[in-house]
Design a protein around this ligand. Sequence first.
Ligand SMILES: [Zn+2]
Length: 510
Amino acid sequence: MSTGAVRLYNTMTQRVEPLEPAEPGHVRVYVCGLTTYDHAHAGHARTLVAFDVLVRFLRARNYRVTFVRNVTDVDDKILKRAAERGESPLALSERMSRVNADELRACGCLDPDLEPRVSESVPAIVRLIEQLVAREAAYVAETDKGRDVYFAVRAFPGYGKLSHRNVDDLVSGARVEPGDIKRDPLDFALWKASGDGGFGWDSPWGKGRPGWHIECSAMAAEALTPHFDVHGGGMDLIFPHHENEIAQSEAAWGEPFARLWMHSGFVKIDAEKMSKSLGNFVTIAQILERNDGEALRYFLLGAHYRVPIDFDLEKRPDGRVVFPGVDEAERRVDYLYATRETLAATAAGAKPAIEGDTPAAKTVRSAVDRVLAALDNDLNTSVALSILAELAPAANDVALQVARAKKDAKAVARGQALAAAALEAIDACCRPMGLLQTPAPVFFARTQARRLGLRGMDAADVESKVRDRAAARAAKDFAKADGLRAELTEMGIEIQDVSGGDRTTWRVLV
Ligand SMILES: [Zn+2]
């Protein structure tokens, strides 16, 4: 596999550009992570799944990737929530950071190579603020709690270059609040005084805590040096967060901050319809009660990462809320795992080989290159999934042909080799998107357990009905057997008679 074909949309230049890492072959990526005070929602999942695909795909394209994702464990929202709960802010954020990490892992996100936290980065943050003050890009202002430090936006001539905004237009929209101690309404806090009794760290300006934006400048530079390749986050971070990161970093170090800026689109929910039942967001935890994390990932990858996604919800007559788009994605993920199982059984250890020019052979031969080409093109996962959706049925056809060719040893051997090649192709197509990363029996066991639970059933109930049906069939009481099948169907159980009807398998539908 070659490198050099990857092209990504750069928010800074507003163009799709070739990825050209500063150090050839090594891509250094920084992504703004979660503020850990509550459950992560579908919008967070979308952003972090998109950047997980970036990392996995670059590795599939033979790049070395250093992936940094921070944890914002000091923030006003955390302080407020902790005060409401009577908990220490760092205890709350530590607890929620573990919950959030599990939520992201459930969506198939790899852990980052480095995961800096604000609470552990205060010395680096203080050093950076000192440097900005020394360069007169920042100034100290007295408050009743002590001394704050603000970034002087007018001192940085490039302000607005990422969000393509003009400083004067920004000023007309900003208001100076009465009693505001900032010199200019656009200036933002680097350090906030907390008073002697408040939460914070000692600093040259007294006790306080960092403002939000400064942390990412300091942590990215510590982890990756002040100049690195890709900076990512959700689209809502472009302004002011990322604009401010650029201003702080470039004012302090004088060299360009990130080379390429990537931003994922929003997840939209019909707020009016949903506000009464669920609020205007759905958490990953709520989705995981009903669906597999891999189904959520597949659903999110169905749209290109920059376009908005509509997250549909449907309220059932019994009051349950379901997610039809994720349900459909879960059926597709089921099908991919089942396809993989079928191929492994068909290939029976054969050496992969693609002979001839049958439609199936052509599909198997071209699939991986087509998927990688789609991902080369600014991570076009929706096209990649559509190629996978051609490959899987073609692969199932190969398995069917092998089963039918029983007596033709040559055809069986050719088919088994093609099945082995199809299996390899499916894996190579799925790997960069983080799909099919679970052993199939584990996936089937966990989805079955969850689906039975949702339907209030246990496996023993189903087994006993399946056995009764088999007994009825053996006794040639077909009316009873059909009645039991109808009952199982009604329960959401799909049964399949295998090995000429001697054995029945069953599965719970999504
Ligand atoms: Zn950030």
